[in-house]
Design a protein around this ligand. Structure first.
Ligand code: TNX
Length: 524
């Protein structure tokens, strides 16, 4: 009898052990996952999905390219791709579907449902599905840095962005960054659903894109950079590769060529662009406002060729013409440059974007004024005045106030990289404001979105770019995506802290802000 009891006892223990091994652990609900940008609607169903149980990705032939991109981004986890219309009852699969009936109004909107044995992402466009995928991969990677690395919470996220333009700018002119460095940067910013990358392709220190009809721009104008390094440029083929790599992540490249100032690299390449007909020396300092094109037909031919060639390899709708700090140009010449260049851009079917200074020109309706000129160190707000003065010309507005959004501003007085002409920007200051409250004078329906520029006078490699970009960029991405009513610094800082573990695991550099050290201390 005793032996018999022992046997039952052992058997029961075995069953309990077996059963509890197969029980999913209790994990934090999906609302508590540290998604950035935070979604607009999350409903928890309080279970867990074992991520390694997902063994196929299923979607229609029409989205086969997207399935490949997603499978690649997922890495080794999923081997099977099945090109057929999803049978949503199949277990252990990630389903991707175009569905026009989901409850969103933006092309980027999505419906992500995580069940305990499958995942379904729906969007009314491929872009929407991709945004849903980006939320899923964050949930998975956040879990990989938690106590239960193979489980994610179940629930439903229905989400869409507040603004259609959520951008960042990379200055490849002050220092040149090559194809691989730009792709690495695209990976980083894409993680936060950034959808426009503005490339500052020319400045006093360097001309960075091949123009076939003006070959000396790169033969001469690209040869150096700030500090005297060797500079560089993109061939048109390389530029096309950047455009298509970005497009695979639903990021549009916005090319910028600066006129009529910030143009010394061209003035050093073609003598006739100068009023005195003399070539300028290449420039490797960081001063601004000393160079200008001469207001002649030769210069307009130059501008026309450059805009034509770049437009033909830029599928996005915007062309950025610079226009800032043209202190060496006479006002009447400046106005003519902006007005005629705007016409040229229109002729090549693009919409003009320019720094807020261009409000002075004869700009067509819907021209985008990029509000930048706002410094904590100066009284007033010149950029805002420029925007308000320009409003009668029916522009749109892209919000990039330097004192709040410039990624090249130092975090504090101890930061080695970066500048401080607009003030210091720590992580809280970068996040804890809203467009509506701070700039109520700008009509909301004029605002297309936000962009955080990264000027590179002081940065020359990926690690340095990353140091200035993280941890601030996720905050700008959230300002662009998430409704102000759902944003709160005291809660955001905990989410952000968890992302530092992801950056660390991917060898991405970042500034270890005292505001986000919590998670690292916990994991050490
Ligand atoms: C101002 S922002 C500039 C750039 C500099 C930047 C440095 C703008 C339109 N002009 O030329 O690189 O400050 O922060």
């Amino acid at each position: 009898m005793k032996v018999y009891n022992m046997k039952i006892y052992r058997f029961a223990l075995l069953i309990i052990a077996f059963y509890s091994c197969n029980q999913p652990p209790v994990i934090d609900p999906i609302q508590d996952s540290a998604l950035i940008p935070y979604p607009n609607q999350i409903i928890s169903s309080n279970q867990a999905l074992k991520i390694s149980s997902i063994n196929s990705i299923i979607g229609d032939e029409k989205i086969s390219d997207l399935l490949k991109v997603i499978n690649k981004e997922w890495g080794v986890l999923v081997q099977n791709i099945d090109y057929k219309k999803g049978n949503l009852s199949k277990r252990n699969s990630l389903f991707l579907e175009i569905d026009n009936n989901i409850n969103v109004s933006s092309d980027e909107g999505y419906d992500l449902e995580i069940k305990n044995d499958r995942i379904i992402i729906k969007g009314s466009t491929k872009e929407g599905i991709y945004r849903g995928w980006q939320s899923l991969i964050q949930i998975i990677e956040l879990a990989q840095n938690s106590d239960n690395i193979d489980y994610i919470p179940t629930g439903n996220i229905i989400d869409q962005p507040e603004y259609g333009y959520r951008g960042t700018m990379l200055d490849v002119a002050r220092h040149f960054f090559n194809l691989d460095e730009v792709k690495r940067h695209i990976d980083l910013v894409s993680y936060y659903k950034i959808n426009h990358l503005h490339l500052h392709l020319s400045d006093d220190q360097g001309w960075r894109i091949e123009i076939k009809s003006w070959p000396k721009l790169t033969e001469i104008g690209s040869l150096t950079e700030v500090g005297g390094g060797k500079g560089g440029f993109f061939t048109q083929e390389q530029y096309k590769e950047i455009v298509s790599y970005a497009a695979s992540k639903f990021i549009t490249i916005v090319p910028e060529i600066e006129i009529p100032g910030h143009i010394n690299s061209a003035l050093a390449s073609y003598a006739k662009l100068n009023c005195d007909g003399k070539l300028r020396e290449l420039y490797t300092g960081i001063g601004v406002g000393f160079s200008t094109l001469c207001n002649t037909e030769y210069s307009y031919q130059f501008i026309d060729d450059v805009v034509r060639e770049i437009s033909s390899i830029s599928p996005g709708s915007y062309f950025h013409i610079g226009g800032d700090e043209s202190y060496a140009t006479k006002k009447k010449d400046y106005i003519e440059f902006i007005s005629r260049t705007s016409e040229i851009v229109k002729k090549y079917n693009k919409t003009v974007i320019g720094w807020d200074d261009i409000y002075l020109g004869d700009i067509p309706p819907n021209t985008v004024l990029q509000f930048w000129n706002y410094s904590q160190n100066e009284p007033g707000n010149k950029g805002l005045d420029n925007i308000l003065n320009g409003l009668k010309k029916q522009p749109k507005v892209l919000v990039s106030p330097a004192a709040l959004m410039y990624l090249d501003m130092k975090y504090d007085s101890l930061t080695k990289l970066g500048l401080n002409w607009a003030g210091f920007i720590d992580v809280k200051k970068g996040y804890d404001w809203s467009i509506e409250k701070l700039f109520p004078e700008i009509p909301g329906d004029k605002i297309i979105g936000v962009e955080a520029p990264l000027w590179t006078e002081t940065t020359s490699n990926s690690s340095e770019l990353e140091f200035l970009t993280l941890p601030r960029l996720p905050g700008y991405a959230e300002i662009g995506w998430t409704k102000t009513s759902l944003r709160d610094w005291s809660e955001y800082k905990y989410r952000l802290a968890k992302h530092s573990l992801i950056w660390r695991s991917k060898n991405i550099n970042y500034y270890p802000s005292p505001l986000i050290q919590l998670e690292e201390e916990k994991s050490n």
